[in-house]
Design a protein around this ligand. Structure first.
Ligand SMILES: Cc1cc2nc3c(=O)[nH]c(=O)nc-3n(C[C@H](O)[C@H](O)[C@H](O)COP(=O)(O)OP(=O)(O)OC[C@H]3O[C@@H](n4cnc5c(N)ncnc54)[C@H](O)[C@@H]3O)c2cc1C
Length: 414
């Protein structure tokens, strides 16, 4: 009988894994089933551009099944829970799905209701998030009629998807209001729980400098306890307050709720404890995890998910063949950071190496930690790569899954 591989989640990680596995195994050896609760595959990096009218939700959404190779089955249903002992997935619409290997690719969910007041009065009127298509579209309308005042960008707490996206929002807001000729009437404030603009020292210094150059005030170590939409203020647990006329909030993130309902699968936030090098879950040897659902200390980013794919598929193959797993994933992350005025910078790092200046992927490649038009074009082109190369599970020429060191300048660490 064919081995049964069940993939929970048909987003970035689930889709690219299904396609890579389908290419690896003949149809008469392995059945591959992808389960997702809806049929709208969102290109999430595009959400950043929606509030500024640079793209529209309908341009970044495609049906899920169409991204899967033939020979991969797609079932639309919400996962209710996983029974690790029985090797079965229980779906909300009834049937139980047995598996030999389970791949958890259900990402991270937003939990705005966990922050006092966030979804109360003012939500979607003067308090928004651009992390959902609906929120991004509502924010576009709000920005278009914002004629001046204090706009605050706030990360409630880490971890979040794409930790650079709120910074990009602040840079693009500076560009957007400059284009509209009202920049001098808008105060921009960036409020973060981190002790700097970003997580790693060299990049944090560069990005803080860029916020200052653009006149964006940086408020650090602010742990938001309450969002008071009526009075227009963020309140931190230590009592500090930041007033706003318009707030753009990145809510708390957690794992998919079924993870917590599945005995032994997740941690207290609903993420799945996972070996950071092999991507095998700590819950059971036949469960592997890709993307935002894993609790590995890498960024929650599509690039990370993409780079994980190679190790994950190789280790599923080794597991089914009875071979030892390969500790192949190095935490590689790679992000274009849109900085406004048709420029972007690029950062590239892994578990051990922080984002450094230089070039990617080799000394003649794209500039790292430096604004350029080339990086902006790279960011725009990435959507094409996403649908046509990354999701189909093809390797991108010249871009390996482990972090290249050739173009990086180590002396910048000092
Ligand atoms: C605003 C924004 C900007 C971003 N920009 C970038 C960027 O520039 N670069 C970058 O690399 N990354 C970026 N990201 C992050 C990137 O989109 C994610 O890290 C990536 O999509 C993670 O892939 P995933 O497969 O883990 O999760 P997802 O792609 O989110 O897929 C998870 C899937 O699981 C499904 N699911 C969840 N629960 C259930 C359930 N109970 N039953 C059935 N199905 C379920 C969901 O419907 C979803 O399809 C951005 C994200 C956001 C929000």
């Amino acid at each position: 009988m064919n081995r049964q591989i069940v993939i929970l989640g048909g987003g970035t990680g689930g889709t690219l894994t299904a396609n890579r596995l389908r290419r690896l195994y003949p149809l008469d050896q392995v059945d591959i089933l992808v389960v997702d609760q809806d049929d709208r595959h969102v290109y999430q990096p595009g959400l950043l551009f929606v509030p500024f009218g640079l793209t529209h939700p309908e341009d970044i959404v495609r049906p899920r099944a169409r991204q899967l190779r033939s020979g991969v089955r797609f079932h639309r249903a919400a996962v209710d829970r996983v029974d690790i002992e029985a090797n079965e997935v229980h779906l909300e619409d009834g049937p139980t799905v047995p598996y030999d290997v389970l791949i958890v690719a259900t990402g991270a969910v937003l939990v705005p209701e966990e922050t006092e007041g966030l979804t109360g009065p003012g939500w979607m009127e003067k308090v928004f998030t651009f992390y959902t298509p609906e929120g991004a579209a509502a924010l576009e309308a709000a920005l278009a009629t914002f004629d001046g005042g204090r706009l605050v960008v706030n990360i409630v707490d880490m971890p979040i998807k794409c930790p650079v996206a709120p910074l990009e929002f602040a840079f693009l807001a500076d560009w957007y209001f400059t284009e509209r000729g009202i920049r001098d009437q808008v105060e921009l404030v960036y409020v973060t729980p981190l002790d700097g603009a970003f997580t790693r020292p060299v990049a944090s210094r560069e990005l803080a400098g860029m916020l200052a150059e653009r006149g964006v005030e940086l408020v650090t170590e602010f742990n938001t306890g309450e969002v008071d939409g009526e009075a227009g203020r963020l309140v931190a647990y230590d009592g500090r307050e930041v007033p706003f006329d318009l707030a753009v909030v990145v809510p708390l993130h957690g794992g998919a709720p079924y993870v917590t309902r599945s005995v032994g699968l997740g941690d207290e936030l609903g993420f799945v404890p996972t070996d950071e090098l092999t991507l095998q879950s700590k819950a059971a040897p036949n469960i592997f995890v890709i993307g935002d659902a894993a609790n590995v200390p890498a960024s929650k980013a599509g690039s990370v998910t993409h780079f994980e794919g190679e190790t994950l598929v190789e280790n599923v193959r080794r597991y089914l063949a009875g071979d030892p797993l390969e500790p192949g994933f190095d935490g590689h992350a790679n992000c274009f950071i849109e900085t406004g005025f048709h420029k972007a910078l690029l950062i590239d790092f892994n578990y051990d190496t922080e984002p450094l200046p230089g070039h990617y992927p080799s000394p003649l490649g794209l500039p790292l930690l430096k604004e350029s038009r080339l990086n902006h074009l790279g960011k725009l082109m990435f959507q094409w790569f996403y649908w046509h190369s990354l999701l189909p599970g093809r390797d991108i020429p010249g871009i390996g899954s482990t972090m290249p060191t050739a173009g990086k300048r180590e002396e910048a660490r000092a």
